[in-house]
Ligand binder design. Sequence first.
Ligand code: FAD
Length: 461
Amino acid sequence: MTAPSILWLRRDLRLSDQAALVAAAAAGPVIPVFILDDDTPKHRRMGAASRWWLHHSLASLDASLHEKRSRLILRRGKCEEQLALIAAETGARSVHCLRHYEPWWRNAEKAVAKQLDLQCHDGNYLLPPGSLTTGGGTPYKIYTPFWRALKEHMPPPSPSNRPREIAAPDKWPASDMLADWNLLPTKPDWATGFTAQWEPGEAGARKRIAAFADEAADYDRCRNLPSQEGSSRLSPHLHFGEVSPATIWQRTADAGGSVDVFLGEIGWRDYAQNIILQFPDYGGRSARAAFDVDLPWRSGSAADADLAAWQQGRTGYPIVDAGMRQLWATGWMHNRVRMIAASFLIKHLLLDWRLGEQWFWDTLVDADYASNAVNWQWVAGSGVDSNMFPRIMAPLTQSEKFDAAAYIHQWVPELAELTEPAIHDPESFGQRPRSYPAKIIGHREARERALAAYDVMKAHG
Ligand code: FAD
């Protein structure tokens, strides 16, 4: 019998448009494997919300594989070690995978390739990250020219169907039990709100696309309004690779209206991967080094208390608090509110952007090393693109402008009785209920403090 191939799955938990699966299935029997690596140094441990998602996504993938008389093998440990053990156990000759660009995955790919015949395929991005270069031959650093260049290569190749058959090996290697990985929270179970909101897995992703395809034409009008479901909410499905961007493109590109704006957001996802390919430590180090060295970020007990208030949604700024509570309850936050909440942490509270990046990493179901770091550094102004630090968002004005009253009512029940305009700024209207905290800092005072800190950094430079 033909030797089996290993299908090494990571953030590509799907059967459709899965180039690694297509190649492995064409070669003979397939052993689908997922390895949880929590212990390798520099391998970023998944956050708690991501672990919740992962559990359900793996269960869903295993069920889909069973429909094809296959199964998912679960292992824990270093990828290269586990894959070598499985190869020795089963006589597998090669390993197929989709390429991933987080620094730890690139290291793992190198380590596996030293021991086994590793065949890497593309397909988790519109174009393979790193493949686009400027006229001068260097990788793009700025989104707009990057997107302009990427669009020249669109549409992406048509997505492939799931293989009709996935041949099983003669002998299955041993597998862990998913439940033993303890990916789900128990005491307390903080994820009940997640279950109501999400259906992890390929079928859930398909339903989301179907629901969104009808709305895509109106995307630009609705996407900035947190009170409406104006965006696709595909981010966790995309992060875990339950759907390919090519499939999304195929399903939405003809929607007309402002669908190009939506496709441009999918382009942001590609852009972020291109950035971490150039700057692997982007999640922990400012591209403008002065932000890490010279900017007087606050620290100490008052700063710690402010960080906790932000995390718990108790800052006294309703739009910020609504966003942080939505995040805690559902593992997701509206993009406009992410920008407002991130700006508030960095500028109003003068807390290092990396504290926010870490909180999002732990609490978002779509936590993505590249997208998270790129967006945090963009808001901070510390990144490779334009320096936004001196542009300080006014959260209360943003709340009014983007019509956030219903959103605040939903997530901040203490303010349920308030109407416009007091709902956006209860304190200034003398309508703050006793149960709702006072502002932890006034807007003007915060703005002056942030700009003074910025001047200190500039003076050092
Ligand atoms: P839609 O508006 O429907 O967009 C479609 C898809 O495009 C998204 O699913 C996502 O994959 C991609 N996308 C959209 N906006 C961006 C963007 N600005 N950058 C990169 N990709 C984008 N997104 C993540 O996927 N993971 C993160 O960890 C993450 N952290 C963020 C942190 C901050 C501080 C900010 C401001 C934004 C962050 N984003 C992150 C980007 C964005 O907020 C989410 O992708 C978006 O809100 C997801 O909702 P959606 O699927 O409805 O998006």
